[in-house]
Write a protein that binds this ligand. Structure first.
Ligand code: KG4
Ligand code: ZN
Length: 369
């Protein structure tokens, strides 16, 4: 059993996170979110996120070591997210990691945040349990197709094997999570809106047992339905929502009479847009053996169920990370680092650790390190 100890740091957006791996096992995963500080602004404010990272990182780091029952001397590698993300947020984790690695003479492993999302189903929890279907080797799941959907990304990634990725489809404008947040804001649901829309639709469906797909009732378009490529786009849907909500309000109908039903249709069109592209991608790449999902929007059970059903109907394994590894966290960065070390990556050492810079627009397949 591999007992290599990796301490991973993630500060690309609004979560200050530190995790510790022992081999593929996640032995501590600590997170401090600044989400509450952004609520009144209706979205993440970079300078507020940066200040929260600076205020919290030392504490989160110490807590991660303590919960793992370890000292810094026990750690073999430091891993850190260097992109994609907000430049001034990434910098905080990066500088902390660089100083930690240099002062303690540990190699530094730079990690692409999206690779973390993609590899998160391969983590073992602290009891050594896996979410993978039994009886298969990790390599049996590759080539894999990842559908990563968060507040900042909506992308399809073809992963030939671990470490070999190509983005084959991505959003041309807003990410799906961002659209969830903006539509929720129009409905006065607060920020972040994805979980609220999710909650409202679950209630709507449980209170209306005979509900049917309402697509058409509010005339919401299924984004990029006939685009013929693998890309996504959510700004048109967002605008359609804005006009429809305005029209309903101007006609004097109270929000309470239509808002839940509206959200029900909204989730349906987002799910359909994801399904159409995933189905096209799986047809285009018949060698793909599994579908991997990740990102905050994949906390939505309705979307997960739909994507799972489609993947299985197309004879692919469906790999879904544990819920707390779907939204941003440092455990996923640790898992990606584990595979790099296992693959022979030795990391940056001594003063070379300071040569690492953040890459806010980093894409999978374009890694510099
Ligand atoms: O991956 P994530 O934690 O952070 C990044 O953006 O990288 O994703 C956050 C996004 C937000 O836009 C939030 O509204 C959305 O994920 N989200 C959801 C749900 N939970 C979080 N969207 C739909 N349904 C949910 N249950
Ligand atoms: Zn993310």
């Amino acid at each position: 059993m591999d007992n290599t100890k990796i301490l991973a740091i993630e500060t690309s957006f609004d979560e200050t996170a530190v995790a510790i791996m022992s081999g593929r096992k996640l032995i501590s995963n600590v997170l401090s979110s600044s989400v509450d500080l952004h609520k009144k602004w209706g979205g993440v404010v970079p300078s507020i996120a940066r200040k929260a990272h600076l205020d919290n990182i030392e504490y989160v780091y110490k807590e991660a070591l303590q919960r793992g029952g370890l000292e810094i001397e026990d750690i073999d590698y430091i891993a850190v997210t260097y992109g994609p993300g907000l430049a001034i947020a990434l910098e905080v984790g990066l500088q902390f990691a660089q100083n930690l690695a240099y002062d303690n003479d540990k190699p530094l492993i730079p990690i692409n945040h999206m690779e973390g999302h993609l590899l998160s189903p391969f983590a073992l929890n602290s009891n050594g349990k896996s979410v993978l279907p039994d009886g298969k080797d990790i390599k049996d799941f590759f080539p894999a197709m990842a559908l990563l959907v968060s507040g900042n990304h909506t992308e399809l990634v073809y992963a030939d094997k671990i470490g070999d990725y190509a983005v084959i489809g991505e959003t041309l404008d807003d990410a799906a999570g961002e659209a969830f947040d903006k539509v929720a804001r129009m409905l006065n649901f607060g920020y972040p809106g994805g979980p609220v829309i999710n909650h409202v639709v679950k209630k709507y469906r449980s209170e209306n047992k005979n509900w049917k797909s309402t697509i058409g009732e509010f005339a919401l378009p299924v984004p990029m339905k006939d685009s013929g490529d693998l890309n996504f786009s959510y700004s048109g849907l967002k605008t359609a929502c804005m006009y429809k909500i305005k029209e309903l309000r101007e006609s004097g109908i109270n929000d309470s009479e239509w808002a839940w039903k509206f959200c029900n249709e909204y989730i349906d069109v987002v799910l359909q847009s994801l399904e159409i592209k995933l189905e096209a991608a799986l047809k285009k790449y018949p060698d793909v053996r599994s579908v991997i999902i990740g990102g905050g929007v994949m906390s939505n059970e309705i979307i997960v169920r739909g994507i799972g059903r489609l993947s299985r109907s197309m004879d692919r394994d469906f790999l879904i990370p544990e819920k707390k590894l779907r939204t941003d966290n440092a455990g996923m960065i640790g898992v990606a680092a584990y595979f790099q070390v296992a693959g022979g990556e030795s990391g940056l050492c001594d003063r070379d650790v300071f040569s690492l810079d953040r890459v806010p627009n980093l894409r999978l397949g374009d890694e510099v390190f």
